[in-house]
Design a binder for this molecule. Structure first.
Ligand code: ZN
Length: 293
């Protein structure tokens, strides 16, 4: 079926793999959507058994559960909540749509607090038929409307710039430079950025933008995976670290050079990997984390 066997015959040449240390195991977190076939409790049990220390909850994974009880079970298993993914989607061509989005974000902030997550990840939205400028204005307005609620809950809001391939209907925030600009407009300590290598690896000034983000105390989260040079599906064919073209370790070095001490969160949406045995897959994630991240 391809996948890992192909990876192992493809030796990446990134200098960072030789010149920068492997990541600490206690910094490994996994997004529950990475193992989409698993329930919340399967994620807890299997991550803990594999030595994973952090868990980023997808709202789909915990839907319908008692979040305080779920939080206790995760903590009892030795897992720390790294974040909640995701909300946002602030844009819309009527005030009613935009108000509903703010309400949904406040609900997601409450969920983050209940499950013990310090950060809520925001996919900010883009409405077809609106200009980028209009979308960005609505995003600034929408995030701003959530700041007081986030502050009261003790939850930070992490704007995740998306790869421009998603600028049509998922996020007008399509570069780290743009995310930094949005944060400048809002200028609140609760509002920062989630850096995901999949979305920003291509940026020519990535190191400068990571420094700018961190210097403003806005580097809230770091997501890792890989970008295959020719993905079969834009959304659901992410690669395991080492399967694609991203110098994951080199970007981690940039992030850690700023003093970032958070988790390295593995976030992979892949129909190919979801169809495999999830226990074997998790083993490969841990291996790819040590050797290719
Ligand atoms: Zn991400």
């Amino acid at each position: 079926m391809g996948g890992w066997s192909d990876v192992m015959t493809h030796e990446t040449e990134f200098e960072s793999l030789k010149n920068y240390p492997a990541p600490a195991m206690d910094k490994l977190a996994v997004h529950t959507f990475t193992n989409k076939p698993w329930s919340a409790d399967e994620c807890i049990a299997n991550y803990a058994a594999a030595g994973v220390k952090g868990i980023t909850w997808w709202r789909e994974t915990y839907a319908g559960q008692d979040l305080a009880a779920l939080r206790r079970r995760a903590e009892d298993a030795g897992l720390t909540a790294a974040g909640v993914a995701r909300c946002g989607f602030y844009t819309g061509n009527t005030a009613k749509i935009r108000t509903a989005a703010v309400d949904e974000n406040k609900k997601a902030i409450d969920e983050s607090e209940a499950i013990g997550a310090p950060v809520l990840v925001l996919v900010c939205g883009a409405t077809p038929g609106q200009t980028v400028a209009t979308n960005l204005d609505q995003i600034v307005e929408g995030v701003r409307a959530c700041v007081d609620h986030a502050r009261a809950a003790g939850v930070k809001l992490a704007i995740e710039p998306l790869h421009p391939a998603y600028a049509g209907n998922r996020s007008a925030v399509a570069s780290l430079g743009c995310a930094n600009w949005v944060c400048d407009q809002i200028n609140e300590p609760e509002v920062g950025i989630a850096v995901d290598v999949y979305h920003v690896f291509w940026e020519h000034d990535l190191e400068a933008q990571i420094k700018r983000c961190a210097a403003a105390n806005r580097l809230f989260a770091f997501h890792i995976c890989d970008y295959k040079a020719e993905p079969a599906h834009l959304l659901l064919d992410r690669g395991l670290m080492g399967e694609g073209v991203i110098d994951v370790r080199g970007i981690r070095r940039m992030v850690e050079a700023t003093g970032f001490e958070g988790f390295n969160e593995v976030e992979i949406f892949s129909q190919r990997w979801w169809s495999e045995n999830q226990h074997d897959y998790l083993g490969k994630i841990v291996e790819a984390y040590r050797e290719r991240s």
